[in-house]
Design a protein around this ligand. Structure first.
Ligand code: IPE
Ligand code: IPE
Ligand code: MG
Length: 259
């Protein structure tokens, strides 16, 4: 096997199947430029586009993005409604392109907290892309890791009450089947931008064994290059089989550019 073949083999085998990102730092990015916080959220959309496109071209199976947490309702009314408008706008504008790229879009979280109009847009986007078998893109909106475990518990309890399940039949696998993203492997790599080293009630159960990658880069400054750095770091932590991190990174750059 030639060296590039060996590297591509290693990198392919060790590519994370499921990457999750806490997209943090939009507000500070805007404030540093003397702009209002919402300008940072708008600028962050370009980063989402780059990361989705790179993940899809690399053949990553699932990408989960934290867009709005169950705690983000505590923000000023104006910021919350601007975020909702932005979500609507981006969904309407991007869903066709996602579909054309064979991407399956899903929204995870308590979507009943959103307006009827937004809920309708979400379900239309999910139905349109439901049969795509490329990247699965999960947008976590009004999502909380604790909420996810509670809603799974409610489903199990309902089964106990109707007699179709016995308490002693509950195990880790069964609980996992009732969580969001039950059909997708657990997260391999969790990235958080914006410099903080915390999980902020994002996926809890699903990150039990994830590699954690924290970067000070603010989300609107995060693009393909920074995403590839994170993937290369994951691969080098996992299995390098004698190659250097730079060899793997160079291969990732050329594979993302060639596809
Ligand atoms: C993350 O950026 C985006 C959302 C939570 C919607 P922030 O808005 O939290 O940005 P900072 O952390 O205040 O800079
Ligand atoms: C986490 O960021 C939520 C999203 C990225 C959507 P926050 O900015 O809300 O988290 P905290 O408040 O710093 O923990
Ligand atoms: Mg923040």
């Amino acid at each position: 096997m030639t060296l590039p073949d060996a590297i591509s083999d290693i990198a392919n085998q060790s590519l994370p199947k499921h990457v999750a990102i806490i997209m943090d730092g939009n507000g500070r990015w805007a404030q540093q430029r003397g702009k209002i916080r919402v300008a940072g959220h708008k600028a962050g959309v370009a980063s989402v586009r780059q990361v989705v496109s790179t993940a899809s071209r690399m053949g990553i199976k699932a990408l989960t993005l934290f867009a709005f947490s169950s705690e983000n309702w505590r923000r000023p009314e104006t910021e919350v409604s601007a975020l909702m408008e932005l979500f609507m706008f981006v969904l309407a504008r991007e869903v066709r392109k996602l579909h054309d790229s064979n991407i399956r879009l899903r929204v995870i979280g308590d979507i009943h907290g959103f307006s009827e109009r937004l809920q309708k847009k979400i379900s239309e986007a999910e139905s349109l892309t439901a049969h795509n078998d490329g990247l699965t893109l999960n947008i976590a909106a009004n999502y909380g890791g604790r909420w996810d475990i509670v809603q799974a518990t409610q489903k199990l309890t309902a089964k106990i009450c109707d007699g179709s399940l016995k308490p002693e039949q509950i195990n880790e696998a069964l609980l996992a089947e009732h969580l969001s993203m039950a059909d997708i492997p657990d997260v391999d790599l969790l990235i958080r931008t914006g410099g903080d080293h915390r999980v902020s009630n994002f996926l809890l159960w699903q990150i039990a064994y994830a590699e954690l990658f924290f970067t000070p880069v603010l989300w609107p400054d995060f693009g393909e290059e920074q995403f590839l750095d994170a993937i290369a770091s994951f691969i080098s932590r996992e299995r390098r089989f004698g190659c250097t991190g730079d060899q793997i990174k160079n291969w990732l750059v050329s594979s993302a550019n060639n596809s």
